[in-house]
Design a binder for this molecule. Structure first.
Ligand SMILES: [Zn+2]
Length: 238
């Protein structure tokens, strides 16, 4: 089993989209992100979640407006996750969406959340939100093609990023030309998750576990999935 660095706790209603975007972008920066929880959460609260939190250093809690109200319920799984992460001494980072405010009272086991350094997530400055999250996190990203250096050196390496980005763009353009020259239409079957706006290969385990009401089979190109606003799954990499 691979090790994770970052666990993202979110509610499916209101937080899933931002959680998914943050997960994708952190993964692109070289972090190992544990995110794809939808399947686990459709049944009873799963021990696997505790196991995943144990293996992470940082826990992001996505907070849409009023999202902590339901934490009054001792079985609410967002509460269980926050409480467990705090108890285990994880770096817990509240990511507060527009309109979110901490309630006057919180259950004792998660009350420390309000004292944690958090991030106000504004969609218009998404990159600075990500920078701030990366600064607060204890874990360092692994070097990747897109993120060749650890975060503490990221400013120095801005030029390297640009060169790498240009190289990737050139490669993609080359691949596209090659592909078009071969005359392939690239039409394939994908599974769309209309809730998280992620698309999967049909044999991806998380696609198989997507709730039927959120699941759409789509035949088309990868590019057309992205055009429709879907993000490729980071597990099956369609
Ligand atoms: Zn997938």
């Amino acid at each position: 089993m691979k090790d994770y660095q970052v666990f993202i706790s979110y509610r499916r209603d209101g937080g899933a989209d931002l959680a998914g975007r943050i997960a994708d972008r952190l993964a692109a920066r070289g972090y190992n992100v544990f995110f794809d929880l939808e399947s686990m959460r459709s049944g009873k609260f799963n021990e696997q979640i505790y196991d995943a939190i144990d293996r992470c250093t940082d826990v992001l809690v996505i907070l849409p407006p009023d999202s902590l109200d339901r934490c009054a319920d001792p079985d609410d799984w967002v509460r269980l996750e926050i409480s467990y992460a705090l108890r285990k001494g994880k770096t817990v980072i509240p990511v507060m969406m527009r309109g979110f405010a901490f309630p006057k009272t919180l259950p004792q086991d998660i009350d420390a959340l309000r004292t944690m350094q958090g991030v106000e997530a504004s969609v218009s400055f998404f990159d600075s939100v990500l920078d701030r999250i990366c600064d607060l996190m204890k874990s360092d990203p692994a070097p990747t093609e897109q993120a060749p250096a650890a975060k503490r050196e990221k400013k120095k390496n801005k030029r390297v990023y640009l060169i790498a980005a240009a190289a990737v763009a050139a490669l993609l353009a080359g691949a596209l030309i090659f592909f078009m020259a071969k005359g392939g239409s690239g039409k394939k079957t994908y599974i769309l998750n209309t809730n998280t706006m992620v698309f999967h290969k049909p044999d991806c385990p998380s696609a198989e576990q997507t709730l039927p009401k959120n699941k759409k089979t789509y035949s088309g190109t990868r590019a057309s999935c992205i055009e429709k606003g879907y993000k490729p799954c980071s597990v099956c990499e369609p």
